[in-house]
Design a protein around this ligand. Structure first.
Ligand code: AHM
Ligand code: MG
Length: 338
């Protein structure tokens, strides 16, 4: 007889919260609403190709408008699932220029939600893995103020109370942490539930894949060029050359890095002096996941989770993955290896 417990995400979150004295259940309800949004987005991602073939142009259209792009749709779904639960005081999305306020007459709560509704969206049309990234903070302004402010949002990543991402790949998975390790849940669409599939995931200490958009190499610093050249140079212990993997979807590339180890880099370069990825929507939540799994995430010098954000959509260079690989990259950037 199989003896391992069947655990849904809802049960897992509830059990995890019970450990915390004074937990009101508000956070569990927040996560329940968020997983609902992820289930709806997953369904639409799965239908995306069919909508084109079958001409289901009204598929996303609840108000008689033209069909929306999938990333705009995902943005709306998260907002509509999260605006009325009473757990949030404000939201922020990679798809929205300004803070997203909780509309009247809904109540305000003590949490802040930041999200990238559909990361890697240039991959939708080629049926490659894309994802939803999210980050939860506790508000810092007093509850009686009602709506949240920029101060509630611009917190360093180590303040996150939860972070995670959904990965719409060969199955839909939810990778999630509340600061007590990383758990992976796999979605069973036939019963509409996320089931715990890997508990307390650990990233290998070093890995054999590196992941970077090498097409930009002419724009890189000499130190970064030397590092990548080194990764491609055979070594006696057979650890190098490392293999190159790059999907162009941070969720997919970092998910592989979490499971197999190695390093993912989106560097600063001459064209993008702050890199491409966003601190609040991508780097912070992904850094919390990787650190909670035993890995490392820096901007090449400083720990991502300690950076003080100054604006909502700011970008940051990202070096993330297995501890040994990221430390080695940092040494190259300091010019200590050649
Ligand atoms: P997006 O949020 O607009 O989808 O952009 C972010 C994506 C990341 O998922 C991925 O790592 C990166 O852009 C790829 O960029 P590039 O095409 O420059 O390599
Ligand atoms: Mg993105």
């Amino acid at each position: 007889m199989l003896t391992n417990k069947i655990t849904t995400i809802e049960r897992h979150i509830t059990e995890e919260q019970q450990v915390h004295k004074g937990a009101t259940g508000e956070f569990s309800r927040l996560m329940r609403d968020l997983t609902l949004a992820i289930r709806i987005i997953s369904r639409e991602v799965r239908r995306a190709g069919l909508n084109d073939i079958l001409g289901l142009t009204d598929a996303y259209n609840v108000h008689g408008e033209n069909q929306k792009k999938l990333d705009t749709y995902a943005n709306d779904v998260i907002f509509r699932a999260m605006d009325h639960g009473g757990h949030l005081c404000v939201m922020g999305s990679e798809e929205s220029d300004d803070l997203i306020q909780i509309p009247e007459p809904y109540e305000h709560g003590k949490y802040v939600l930041l999200y990238d509704p559909l990361d890697g969206s240039s991959n939708i049309d080629v049926n490659a893995t894309i994802g939803t990234i999210f980050s939860v903070y506790r508000r810092v302004t007093p509850d009686y103020l009602g709506k949240g402010t920029m101060d509630d949002v611009l917190q360093p990543g180590w303040h996150q109370v939860a972070a995670g991402y959904a990965c719409y790949g060969s199955s839909t998975q939810l990778i999630y942490t509340t600061g007590h390790g990383v758990n992976i849940f796999t979605y069973d669409p036939t019963v509409g539930e996320f089931f715990l599939s890997s508990a307390n995931v650990r990233i290998p200490k070093s890995g054999k894949y590196y992941s970077i958009n090498e097409g930009n190499s002419s724009l890189w610093s000499d130190e970064l060029k030397r590092y990548i050249e080194y990764l491609k140079t055979p070594s006696e212990d057979n650890k190098r050359p490392m293999g190159l993997r790059y999907i162009g979807s941070a969720v997919a590339d970092i998910h592989r890095t979490l499971l197999y180890g190695g390093i993912f880099i989106y560097p600063a370069d001459r064209k993008s002096p702050r890199g491409k990825l966003r601190l609040m929507y991508e780097a912070n939540p992904l850094a919390m996941i990787i650190e909670q799994a035993g890995g490392r995430a820096t901007d090449g010098v400083k720990r991502i989770l300690e950076l003080q954000p100054t604006e909502l959509h700011e970008r940051v260079p990202l070096y993330i993955g297995s501890e040994d690989n990221v430390l080695e990259a940092e040494r190259f950037l300091r010019g200590e290896e050649s």
